[in-house]
Write a protein that binds this ligand. Structure first.
Ligand SMILES: [Zn+2]
Length: 956
């Protein structure tokens, strides 16, 4: 699954602690081997009149021991059982019951099941399609070209929702084959995992029978009953390949048709286990309402429309990349997840980590100029290092029992940390050995489920230890702490003569942990190496039990940088003198051979060291001043992330912001003193002046253009969007003036901006507008387009307006039925208001306070409210906002189940405030400190001015 909006749910876990004493897992003595499932949906189900359907399932099962109990899953809200029989014996309804908390259907048999004998358990039931949550078997709809609302029925079972569609053993461990029969009204068509054909039909309905599936877990089963049409593309190894969607979108299927075959062939070749061994066809379907990004149902992959359908004229390069990436992610699951499956959701990373890793690396094979292998560092690794630097981060493998805990395993740790850890292992083993090991793993465990130790032992068997130099008896020992404990290390390095010393501790943004240690593979490059940063096998390993001391082969290296290409999952800090050498090297021509990915690593590590209070910000700005000469996309992503974090924390109404405001027009004495310094340093062209941030960006900004578009150059286009988005957001006058013209032309002549610049033009067009008509115009454009990528771009921009009334209206539309905003998009509307402008925080918070009940009903599933409270609290910058949150928790009528989450968000806001207070004091100290102090006046003034300017520019 691609987890579009399944955010980490830390806060939710406390809510359900009261019910954790129950057993949520099924006993393993009774196991299914085959399901014959028949679902019958009649005409009223495809209208507003009914959500009911009739179902019957015949489960062939056997027991490993004598037993008179069978336990399986059925969700009481969606399944009501009519009749249960076991091998022709009716079971009295007093002999079975569903536990409403655990979803376990327990059947007490009149006799005993013998061990090793097959039985048929038959359950006749009435099911209900869900209309509020996009999980289980649910109803979606869309408005067709004639203006009619058209309904369809579709599924999303992962991780625990197959039980909402039919009684089943709903855990990944219980694999079986499936024969599916679907009955539906004439005029519609049905898709499932295997090829199907019409089995019977009459005047009103027809039944499609589907071929028996491969052996698989219940969560991978899928059905779509709709009036969708399909376009067939090039077959892949004799497997028919189709893209299906509502007919109106048929001209946007081509990109997925084009790119799919090469991605699947690349994975066939990587795994040496062809897709056609398990499946006879591959359909990919775009669903109008879809909660996750996409789902890897074997043979029937489902997507949000914007992640599958791409219009070459209207959809941006980033959507094009996202679609290729997500298709790769789902295809990778065919092997990592579908063929070989995590034993239980505690080990979700065995599915999602591989899918995350290969979604970049398979796409890179197909489209090498997009540099997705390099993009992985700034798009996946660096963000997860921040997430995993929190004291309450999950370990990769984590106990999960209830459906809520299971859902929490689909947070970014399983995806991005899982993928980043596999990347590290591939490089310390070498790609050839890693791939050989994975082929053995797939061959050995095909159609089964696995634990992490199964993976490590298979990989261990092929390790060439002359290259890898494992520091422990086997790979399982080396990997244990990477899997079982949260977080990761920061290495501290010093160099004296040719002697290197390295120590480790857990990196935490706040808090401390003196016990966690890891086996860390270390590669490095020195100033004297001829082949800089190219080798990614370990030069040496750091072990958990001691610091590392060793001598470089040469003793005249002026600098040493660890972690070539940022392959290892850790951060690095250096001694003062080593930081000085690195800073000086970065100032020389061609950055003294320090490659872009390692420049990105240095910037990202420095900003996060400062955030963790392990280095002063003034020192960070000193070392990263080289970015003014750097136009690499990879350097600029972490640079902008680092500045954005500061900007978000400081806010506009802070004491610091007021104290060092630069407004020449307001001349009170407090500020006059500062302004003199500012002028002085501006005249000196000090790197720390009021124009610091924009001067840092100037070369990067000039490396792209608002007018010159090169859609075939993916990295140029990514840089273009990043530079212009940031410059316009920071108030760069040329940038704003240009996009205002483009918005004016769009509104007055209908000429849309270049597809890659639309997010910038739409957002800044509204941000700098005083005319409500501009917003109305764009809202009208939203309602008029049926292209999902364009809808998404517009929705994100509507929150950029600074007009409070419009923002409130937008939020109200997000909870209004038939407003045009789908429930799946409500969260992104809220987020656009929250982040579009500083003033949006208060608007979003007010809306949340007044509408929390509606949010629970209308926003995506049960996770929405705790996540929103958390996001809002994280955006707070003032004491008043925090007090309002306290008041809301005490008297706001928030249902009790949400109070733990709200209190946790409050604690996070307080922690942010404490961080800020410490930082503000430092800044004031830096500014007023004498030159002989710990930090120079120049540096401290520069820092203060820089931040003030960023705050100030942000409001323009
Ligand atoms: Zn996935």
């Amino acid at each position: 699954m691609d987890s579009h909006q399944l955010l980490p749910l830390l806060v939710l876990l406390t809510i359900v602690s009261c019910v954790q004493m129950q057993e949520y897992r099924l006993p393993t003595n009774v196991r299914p081997s085959h399901y014959r499932l028949h679902l019958n949906l009649t005409e009223p189900t495809f209208t507003n009149a009914s959500n009911a359907f009739h179902g019957m399932v015949i489960i062939t099962l056997s027991s490993t021991e004598l037993t008179n109990t069978v336990s399986l899953h059925a969700h009481h809200e969606f399944i009501s059982i009519n009749l249960v029989t076991l091998s022709n014996t009716d079971i009295n309804e007093t002999q079975y019951s569903i536990n409403n908390d655990t979803d376990i259907l327990t059947i007490n048999l009149p006799g005993q099941l013998a061990a090793g004998v097959s039985y048929n358990l038959i359950i006749d039931f009435t099911g209900q399609l869900s209309t509020t949550e996009m999980t289980g078997f649910y109803k979606s709809n869309y408005v067709d070209a004639l203006g009619d609302t058209v309904y369809l029925a579709t599924t999303q079972f992962q991780p625990t929702s197959a039980r909402r569609a039919f009684p089943c053993f709903d855990e990944p461990f219980f694999k079986a084959t499936f024969d599916v029969y679907l009955t539906y009204p004439l005029g519609l068509n049905a898709l499932s995992n295997s090829p199907g054909w019409v089995y019977t039909s009459d005047n009103v309905s027809e039944t499609t029978q589907f071929n028996t599936t491969a052996v698989m877990s219940t969560y991978l089963l899928a059905f779509v009953i709709s009036n969708f049409t399909c376009t067939e593309g090039q077959s892949i190894d004799q497997v028919p390949y189709r893209i299906c969607s509502r007919e109106e979108t048929s001209d946007t299927r081509q990109w997925a048709l084009d790119i799919g075959p090469s991605l699947l062939e690349s994975l066939n070749s990587l795994t040496q286990f062809n897709y056609n061994v398990s499946k006879e066809k591959l359909d990919q379907v775009a669903i109008p309402d879809f909660a996750a990004g996409a789902m890897e149902n074997w043979g029937l992959v489902t997507y949000r429309e914007m992640y599958l359908l791409w219009d070459p004229e209207q959809s941006s390069n980033s959507f094009k990349q996202l679609i290729a990436n997500i298709i790769s992610h789902e295809f990778a699951h065919f092997w990592f997840g579908n063929l070989v499956t995590c034993n239980w959701w505690s080990e979700t990373f065995l599915n999602e980590g591989f899918a995350n890793y290969y979604q970049y690396h398979t796409t890179h094979e197909a489209l090498p100029s997009w540099e997705l292998d390099k993009q992985y560092v700034v798009a996946v690794l660096q963000p997860i290092l921040i997430n995993d630097g929190l004291i309450n981060a999950f370990p990769l493998q984590n106990n999960a029992s209830t459906p809520t805990e299971v859902l929490a395993m689909f947070g970014q740790i399983s995806y991005s940390k899982g993928g980043s850890i596999f990347r590290m292992v591939e490089h310390f083993m070498t790609t050839a050995q890693f791939q050989a090991g994975l082929r053995n793993y797939l061959a050995l465990y095909q159609y089964q489920t696995v634990l992490p130790e199964d993976l490590w032992s298979t990989l261990n068997a092929v390790i060439n230890n002359q290259t890898t130099q494992l520091p422990a008896t086997d790979l399982g020992v080396v990997m244990e702490n990477w899997v079982k404990i949260p977080g990761y290390p920061i290495l501290t390095v010093s160099l004296s003569g040719g002697h290197v010393m390295i120590s480790q501790e857990r990196f935490l943004l706040a808090g401390s942990d003196n016990t966690s240690k890891w086996y860390v593979p270390i590669s490095y490059t020195t100033s004297e190496d001829a082949n800089k940063f190219q080798s990614t096998v370990p030069n040496i390993w750091l072990t958990p039990d001691s610091d590392l001391h060793f001598d470089l082969p040469i003793n005249n290296a002026s600098w040493l940088i660890l972690n070539n290409q940022q392959i290892g999952y850790y951060r690095v800090s250096y001694s003062d003198s080593l930081w000085n050498s690195i800073r000086d090297a970065l100032q020389t021509e061609n950055f003294d051979g320090i490659i872009d990915l390692n420049r990105a690593q240095i910037v990202d590590d420095l900003f996060n060291l400062a955030r963790a209070n392990k280095i002063a910000y003034s020192r960070v700005f000193d070392i990263i001043s080289f970015v003014s000469n750097d136009t690499s996309y990879y350097t600029w992503v972490p640079t902008i992330n680092g500045f954005n974090f500061l900007l978000n924390r400081i806010g506009l109404n802070s004491t610091l912001g007021e104290a060092i405001a630069l407004d020449e027009a307001t001349g009170d004495n407090k500020d006059a003193h500062l302004r003199d310094y500012v002028r002085f340093y501006q005249l000196k062209l000090s790197p720390f002046t009021a124009v610091h941030i924009q001067s840092l960006m100037e070369n990067f900004y000039d490396s792209v253009s608002l007018i010159v578009h090169d859609e075939d150059d993916q990295i140029y286009t990514l840089s273009q969007v990043l530079a212009l988005t940031t410059a316009c957001r920071l108030g760069h006058q040329r940038c704003i003036a240009a996009v205002e013209v483009l918005f004016f032309i769009y509104r007055n002549s209908g000429l849309r901006p270049n597809k890659n610049l639309r997010s910038i033009v739409y957002c800044n067009g509204l941000r700098h507008s005083n005319d409500q008509g501009d917003w109305e115009f764009l809202w009208g454009e939203y309602l008029n387009t049926s292209l999902a990528s364009e809808q998404s771009t517009i929705l994100s921009a509507l929150g950029c307006s600074r007009d409070q009334e419009l923002l409130e209206r937008l939020l109200t539309l997000s909870v209004t039925e038939n407003s045009g905003i789908r429930s799946q998009d409500a969260l992104s509307v809220f987020s656009s208001v929250l982040t579009g402008n500083p003033g949006g925080v208060d608007v979003a918070f007010k809306f949340l306070r007044e509408n929390h009940q509606l949010i629970v009903e209308r926003y995506l599933s049960m996770n929405a409210l705790p996540n929103l409270i958390n996001n809002v609290a994280n955006a707070f910058t003032t004491e008043e906002q925090i007090e309002e949150l306290e008041e809301f928790i005490e008297n706001g009528g928030l249902p009790e189940e949400y109070l733990p989450a709200a209190n946790s968000a409050l604690a996070a806001a307080r922690a942010n405030q404490a961080w800020l207070e410490q930082f503000e004091n430092d800044l004031h100290y830096f500014y007023f400190a004498p030159a002989s102090g710990a930090f120079s006046v120049k540096a401290s003034l520069g820092l203060a001015v820089l931040l003030a300017v960023m705050c100030r520019l942000f409001v323009n």
